[in-house]
Design a protein around this ligand. Structure first.
Ligand code: SF4
Ligand code: SF4
Length: 291
């Protein structure tokens, strides 16, 4: 069988927030939502991109000399960046590590070689591998292969998804998924569209099917002040999840602004939001715990 490849932008070891125990999280590139608060804007595009670290740049100009597209990479003079073919020459040329390629094509075996290095931590802590993104279901063929291989070797698997994909993509991955981490960002359809660029109709329909099938699920809600931290949103979420015993946990993840620097390094504009205060977060947890 020919192995397919997936575009990975990060493999993060010793992750403790992406499911049970100590985990290695594999981040797939490409997302079909555009959450305005995104903390991983490097995952938006499916293709490889070049990230620029202005704090490391000495303005030496070496990158631009080798660019076949005549792109000036440096921040203040960035020109023609849309012509970038991500050949990586500038990254290799930069003597100060001020450029990096985001997105590498890897086979499932190549990824698993890295993941399996931490098997002893997985075994001790009840951890495993989480596949995240971006939206991993945009790579359902690759992800199902990766998860199948992981399960063959006894590694616990979790899928972190926003579920804005056809349910059939999930069905491909489902036989090899021990746990789903499901992002339910905003329950109101109009608000969801305003802040993520898409309606939540498909997401909620997929979520209903998933929960009706009794698949172990943990709900994750990125919490943004003035966007989805209302009591109304919490009540809607609570009502939506009513009666589903397969929901193991609901976790609220307060906003942080780490995405801003990454966006800047990719030449993107992002607005800054705020996290709700501790009292509001506690109030929302109280509503959700009545489930
Ligand atoms: S990756 Fe290639 S095309 Fe893009 S800026 Fe660097 S040298 Fe130019
Ligand atoms: S080669 Fe590196 S340090 Fe020199 S201008 Fe380009 S990004 Fe900056």
């Amino acid at each position: 069988m020919r192995e397919c490849k997936g575009k990975i932008f990060n493999i993060q070891r010793f992750s403790v927030h992406d499911g049970p125990g100590i985990r290695t999280t594999v981040f797939m590139k490409g997302c079909n939502l555009r959450c305005r608060w995104c903390h991983n804007p490097e995952s938006y595009e499916r293709e490889t991109q070049i990230r620029y670290f202005p704090e490391k740049c000495r303005e030496c100009g070496a990158c631009s000399h080798v660019c076949p597209e005549g792109i000036v990479v440096r921040e203040k003079m960035r020109q023609n960046a849309d012509r970038c073919i991500a050949c990586g020459r500038c990254v290799r040329e930069c003597p100060f590590g001020a450029l990096a390629c985001l997105g590498e094509d890897k086979t499932a075996d190549e990824v698993l070689d890295i993941v399996a290095r931490d098997r002893k931590y997985f075994d001790k802590s009840g951890g495993g591998m989480t596949v995240s993104g971006g939206e991993p279901l945009l790579w359902s063929g690759f992800v199902s292969e990766l998860m199948a291989r992981a399960k063959e070797t006894g590694i616990h698997t979790a899928l972190d998804t926003a579920f804005a994909a056809p349910y059939e993509a999930f069905e491909q991955v489902r036989p090899y998924t021990d746990l789903v981490l499901l992002d339910l960002k905003i329950m109101d359809g109009e608000l969801h569209k305003r802040y993520t660029g898409r309606s939540n109709a498909r997401i909620l329909e997929n979520a209903r099917r998933l929960l009706a099938e009794g698949i172990k699920t943990r709900i994750r809600v990125p919490l943004i002040a003035g966007v989805n931290d209302s009591e109304e949103n919490a009540w809607m979420l609570r009502d939506f999840l009513e009666g589903y015993d397969c929901v193991e946990e609901i976790r609220l993840l307060p906003y942080h602004n780490m995405g801003l620097g990454k966006a800047k390094g990719l030449g993107m504009q992002m607005e800054e939001f705020a996290a709700p205060d501790a009292a509001q977060i506690e109030k929302l947890y109280r509503i959700l715990k009545e489930k």
